[in-house]
Ligand binder design. Structure first.
Ligand code: BF8
Ligand code: SF4
Length: 619
């Protein structure tokens, strides 16, 4: 079989060949071994929520139409989707909580190595929480903010603090629909309660609560994760970096960080700059220490420090197969449990770092705020010592240049301090609108094909593209996140991006940073005195796989952003659920979902939507 059928990337194709000759099992092989996948599960028609089951509904109407408890297809599909949203929201929000805990420890002086890198942002957000900042010491403000954020997680009775950043019109829509998020943990917990057997058996009310649960992530947990990361580690600014497997170095100690939480990767980043450790690496015959990222923690380091990026989700096994990685450190989320086995074929040391996430074949070395600095030093030293054990390495490509770090502050900065120039360009029709391309890789879609094709089509049609997560890494590898990529853009977008010296595809960060897209959209809506749903913008997740992506897509739609999914979610067992999500929601949140696995067709859907919104605005 040709490796071109699996991935459009040349490093991926070459590494798949290498993995084959090394007899390394990959995610694609395991996917093929699973085929055909269960049709009931694909349609969302199987239920194993209680022990009277498991149950399944016959989609052809011949077998059972109800589970043992009496639940029908609509209830089962809605309940399953609700639990996907809850898991996704929990993942992002619990990640946010870890940052808030570090913030609290920094305030108490109990987190050596961590500090407040952006005091301006700290004060700004403290102000949003109505915390007194005038004449007060930074640690005191940080402590109060951490405490107030922890309260947002708990059982609040009213509204999350930061929803006030959404346009007033949008908040009224949420209040009217009864989906205003109240507490971050509360909404996830309530979803688990509602989906217990014998609680909420209204498929509509389940889906509405799904919206509220997702909003508690988008305007709560993820937003807190993103903002507190900026406070602790700095707000991203545009910086150059390199991407693909070619960022690994034959003559340096290669350390990879993989996962999501900058609490770990930032400390590794600092330790990699330690002169004693660099000298030790030289003593061992290496030219230095090369730190590179994978997935979202890589995106965080890339956005803040220009650290190179080795690859996205489907590349994680193949990066190890280069034989060039001395150590890979993981925290949590999207880390395939196969990685330990892959690494056992090479000299790569695998380290798990979070008390919440263990993996077979990895050594567990837990990071806590009080020991992180020391632990990072020890581990980088061990990685350096591992260099001597390296066998043959294979790094088949040269890296690609890209630009990262487009926080909202950086985007408005590039525009000269206000969103006005962007609005003018949209009004003049030079930029037709903007679209987010976000989310994962999934072996069901040719690796990176969905992201790259969609981005190419959209910029060609003068639509500004913003990217996060694994999508951002895909477009970076394809050369689209560089200023030179304006040559692929339509004439209007080319003119504007050329004048501003920005790429037509803007890397906005990791998956929790999807909230940056919402904040930018809110700023545009506020400047126009309108709501997010009136803007000529759209979202998409062309290769999504994870429950987190379901939460993100849902809070996008609940926030008024039309969103096109690539792979079909497990909802086809209920026409009612499909109709509500693809049409009915328009009346409630002013936006809906679409599903289109072919990125060229998805581009047409997005262009059409953007043109319709322009028309409605009289543009
Ligand atoms: O949070 S895009 S595969 S790595 S879930 Fe995972 Fe998907 Fe990548 Fe980051 Ni997001
Ligand atoms: Fe079956 Fe109902 Fe139990 Fe689900 S909740 S497993 S449908 S009995």
């Amino acid at each position: 079989k040709s490796y071109k059928e699996y991935t459009i990337t040349s490093d991926g194709q070459l590494m798949l060949k290498k993995a084959d000759s090394d007899q390394i099992e990959t995610v694609w092989e395991r996917y093929e071994n699973q085929l055909p996948q269960c049709g009931y599960c694909e349609m969302g028609l199987s239920c194993r929520i209680c022990n009277m089951g498991p149950c399944r509904i016959d989609p052809f109407g011949e077998g059972p139409q109800k589970g043992v408890c009496g639940a029908d297809a609509d209830i089962i599909v809605a309940r399953n989707l609700g639990r996907m949203i809850a898991a996704g929201a929990a993942a992002h929000s619990d990640h946010g909580r870890d940052l808030v805990e570090v913030l609290a420890d920094v305030a108490k002086g109990k987190a050596p190595g961590y500090s407040i890198s952006d005091p301006v942002k700290l004060k700004k957000i403290a102000g949003e929480y109505e915390i007194e900042t005038d004449g007060r010491e930074i640690p005191a403000i940080a402590g109060d903010l951490a405490y107030a954020m922890m309260e947002d997680y708990g059982t609040r009775k009213k509204e999350l603090t930061l929803v006030k950043r959404a346009p007033e019109k949008r908040r009224e829509i949420w209040r009217k629909a009864g989906i205003m998020p109240r507490g971050i943990d509360r909404e996830t917990s309530e979803m688990m309660h509602r989906t217990h057997m014998g609680v909420d058996n209204g498929w509509q009310s389940l889906l509405l609560h799904g919206m509220r649960n997702a909003l508690s992530d988008g305007w709560g947990g993820s937003l807190i994760a993103s903002e507190v990361s900026d406070i602790l580690f700095g707000t991203p600014l545009p910086c150059a970096n390199q991407v693909n497997i070619g960022v690994l170095k034959t003559d340096q100690v290669n350390i990879i960080v993989h996962g999501h939480n900058p609490v770990v990767s930032e400390m590794i980043f600092l330790a990699c700059q330690d002169t004693d450790l660099i000298n030790l690496a030289k003593l061992k015959g290496a030219k230095g220490i090369n730190l590179a990222g994978l997935c979202c923690t890589g995106n965080e380091l890339m956005a803040r420090h220009g650290i190179p990026m080795a690859g996205n989700h489907l590349m994680t096994e193949l990066v190890i197969a280069t034989g060039a990685v001395e150590m890979m450190l993981v925290d949590y989320q999207c880390i395939m449990p196969s990685l330990g086995k892959t690494a056992s074929c090479y000299h790569t040391k695998m380290i798990s770092t979070s008390d919440k996430a263990r993996f077979p074949g990895m050594e567990h070395r837990e990071f806590h705020p009080e020991n992180s600095q020391k632990m990072a030093q020890e581990l980088v030293k061990e990685a350096v010592e591992q260099y001597e054990n390296r066998g043959k390495v294979y790094i088949p490509v040269e890296p690609v240049q890209s630009l990262g770090g487009f926080s909202v502050e950086a985007v408005t900065g590039a525009l000269g301090g206000t969103p006005e120039p962007l609005i003018e360009a949209i009004k003049a029709g030079k930029i037709r609108g903007a679209a987010g391309i976000v989310g994962c890789n999934n072996p069901k879609i040719k690796h990176d094909y969905g992201h790259v094709t969609l981005a190419q089509q959209l910029i060609k049609n003068d639509i500004l593209v913003v990217v996060t997560g694994c999508a951002a890494i895909a477009t970076a590898k394809a050369g689209l996140n560089a200023a030179e990529a304006i040559k692929y853009a339509g004439p209007g977008l080319k003119e504007i991006c050329g004048a501003l010296k920005i790429p037509p595809v803007l890397h906005m960060g990791s998956c929790v940073d999807n909230v940056r897209i919402l904040i930018l959209a809110s700023a545009l809506a506020n400047a126009l005195g309108t709501d997010i749903s009136d803007l000529p913008i759209a979202g998409s997740a062309p290769e999504w796989y994870s429950e987190k992506a379901v939460a993100i897509a849902t809070y996008f739609v609940a926030s008024g952003v039309y969103t096109v999914l690539g792979p079909m979610p497990p909802i086809t067992g209920s026409m009612n659920v499909i109709k509500l999500l693809t049409q009915g929601l328009d009346d409630i949140t002013g936006a809906s979902f679409a599903v289109e696995p072919d990125p060229e067709k998805a581009a047409i859907l997005i262009c059409r939507h953007i043109e319709n919104k322009r028309k409605a605005l009289g543009l």
